[in-house]
Design a protein around this ligand. Structure first.
Ligand code: DMJ
Length: 602
């Protein structure tokens, strides 16, 4: 049928010249016949105009449509096939047999143009829906155009731009912005915020900002500096940030910088026990523990493995992986654990745990547990010792640290001090719901996901039960009957440092359950950050008092992890695109820098 119409169309110009005299015949038609023919033209013309933009988009190679209508739809093609062709043919045979060939051919051409355009759809109600751009539905798992999450994504980008404005204007190339005083603070003097934020800009598609940061890395960033840096912090933020940016962009500038800092951090492992010192001078190549002790923090020495292992894989230089594997091997064998739970300190001289008897999932131990699971995932789920240690530790948490609050029965993770349970929970512990969910996604027991959901609710409550809707740094849960509220906050614990852990877990829970309530919770939290921590001239600030909405008392500091982690996890939480940093392809380090899961070589 199409061929026939095409031939008719090709004949058009010929017919036009040949049948000039046919105008007479038009006048011979009755008024009804002429009106019907004109009506057909008008209808076809309107359809043609309506379909034009999507048709041209199609020619430019844009994606085909995905309909968001729930009623049955048919394409123009099908509709014509189904009846319109017959209807037109009927009219043509009935009324147009006397009309000139020009009119006939024009009619056919209009019909062909509609027939050929697969991008216009008609609902059964007769409306034409321009569907040229695939913004609707979840074809690629992307957000629906009218979904609130789409607006929320833009709100995160806007928050990032605002934070970046402050950093750019007052702290460019320095470690952290002090947004109230429009100044900066220096920790290592290595542009920490800028490096931590690189992959966030890439993921949020903030191209202009990314380019200006990249050019700073290319021209200004030097690790040949006489400065002491903390091994853990510079590994997770700088080495991790550079490695992930290299993977996302493919730009070897970032790999070269990663190799440089990785190499300069290695003197930290030159200790009698091979358990690394906390501090390294990256210019001099010397390392030392803090002045007051020869201990290192357990979480610090066991949360640098993802980054150094990846550095070895990329460089084919085994010393990085060997150094961090040695630490894991020693910690695995050490006495002093309780059902897989580790103490908070380890001595760099003798390699033994110190300050034994205190067990927490919070500060100084938190990411030990996170990295057991994530190393196992990074390496293709083959390193059974890591998995066993992780599973044992989660059982240890359930047995020793898990309790319910009163009156509402919130599940929380407390601490144990020399056999005494304390209902204290750091906000840092809120990484755990996300980690548990990730484990369940990777085939670990389903009850890990149940626990993840319960703890997620608790972490959310730590926000909304505060007057500002922002969590304090530490909470205490009530456990005795007759309590009127579940959560208490001590005076010294009322600060909020713009930390990411709850948003991080919301991201995992949403990504892995597809329950949109986690996005709603995240949106509430983002709005509270906007309300109480945004500094009008640029940037966001930590605050001293989450219980005073009148005066939350700004601390005048924007931590680098606000850009590196918190805003990135907000964005990933609000995105419905599961391919945006797929959890089956990447594993996030503890500073939210995605590193690839190693391809299987077996
Ligand atoms: C970050 O540097 C990392 O997430 C680390 O694991 C814990 N502390 C901060 C964020 O709270």
């Amino acid at each position: 049928m199409l061929d026939q119409y095409a031939i008719a169309a090709l004949n058009l110009s010929f017919s036009c010249s040949k049948d000039f005299s046919n105008t007479k015949k038009w006048k011979q038609l009755s008024r009804l016949q002429r009106s019907l023919i004109l009506l057909i033209f008008v209808l076809l013309f309107i359809c043609g105009i309506a379909s034009y933009p999507s048709f041209t988009e199609h020619l430019r190679g844009k994606t085909p449509f995905v309909s968001y209508e729930s009623e049955p739809l048919v394409s123009c093609q099908n509709l014509l096939k189904a009846g319109v062709t017959e209807w037109i043919k009927y009219l043509l045979s009935k009324y147009v047999h006397k009309a000139n060939n020009l009119i006939f051919h024009l009619t056919i051409i209009c019909a062909i143009s509609l027939f050929m355009n697969p991008l216009v759809t008609f609902s059964w109600r007769g409306a034409v829906i321009d569907t040229g751009e695939a913004t609707e539905g979840t074809k690629n798992g992307e957000n629906k155009e009218d979904s609130p999450a789409n607006h929320w994504l833009e709100a995160v980008r806007e928050a990032f731009r605002h934070a970046w404005k402050g950093y750019k204007e007052s702290a460019w190339g320095h470690d952290e912005l002090r947004p109230m005083s429009k100044s900066y603070s220096e920790w290592f003097g290595l542009g920490l915020t800028l490096i931590d934020a690189l992959d966030t800009m890439w993921i949020l598609e903030l191209k202009e900002e990314f380019e200006e940061a990249k050019s700073w890395v290319a021209t200004e960033l030097s690790f040949n500096k006489n400065v002491d840096v903390n091994l853990f912090e510079s590994t997770i933020r700088i080495l991790g940030g550079l490695l992930s940016t290299y993977h996302l962009t493919g730009d070897t500038l970032f790999l070269d910088k990663a190799k440089d800092i990785g190499y300069r951090l290695m003197p930290a492992f030159n200790t009698p026990s091979k358990i690394p010192y906390s501090d390294v001078n990256i210019g001099k190549g010397t390392a030392h523990p803090p002045r007051w002790t020869s201990d290192s923090t357990v979480a610090e020495v066991t949360s640098i493995q993802l980054e150094f292992r990846e550095l070895s894989r990329l460089t084919q230089e085994p010393q990085y992986q060997a150094a961090v594997a040695e630490v894991m091997m020693q910690v695995h064998k050490l006495d002093g654990k309780l059902d897989g739970l580790v103490p908070m300190f380890i001595n760099t001289n003798n390699g033994q745990f110190t300050h034994q008897g205190i067990y927490t999932l919070g500060a100084r131990a938190d990411s030990y547990y996170e990295y057991l699971l994530k190393q196992w995932i990074q390496g293709g789920k083959k390193e059974n010792q890591l998995l066993e240690d992780y599973l044992q530790a989660i059982e240890g948490v359930k047995k020793n640290l898990l309790q319910k609050s009163s009156p509402n029965g919130l599940t929380f993770v407390g601490e144990l001090s020399h056999g005494q349970f304390s209902p204290k929970m750091d906000h840092l512990v809120c990484f755990l719901p996300g980690t548990l969910a990730l484990g369940a996604h990777n085939g670990l027991p389903a009850d890990h996901m149940d626990l993840a959901k319960e703890l997620m609710e608790t972490c959310y409550q730590m926000y909304i039960q505060m007057e500002t809707g922002l969590s304090p740094e530490i909470v205490h849960f009530n456990m005795h009957q007759g309590s009127t509220r579940d959560i208490e906050v001590k005076l010294a614990d009322r600060h909020n440092l713009l930390r990411p852990e709850t948003v991080e877990s919301l991201f995992y829970l949403h990504r892995l359950t597809n329950d949109h309530k986690y996005q709603d919770w995240g949106w509430e939290i983002l709005q509270n950050f906007e309300k109480y921590t945004k500094v009008s001239s640029g940037g966001y600030t930590s605050i001293n008092n989450v219980r005073d909405p009148e005066y939350p008392s700004p601390r005048d500091k924007m931590e680098s992890f606000f850009l590196g982690e918190t805003l990135k996890y907000f964005y990933l939480l609000f995105s419905n695109n599961t391919n945006l940093i797929s959890l089956d392809q990447y594993v996030f380090n503890t500073e939210a820098h995605p590193l690839p899961i190693w391809p299987s070589t077996a």
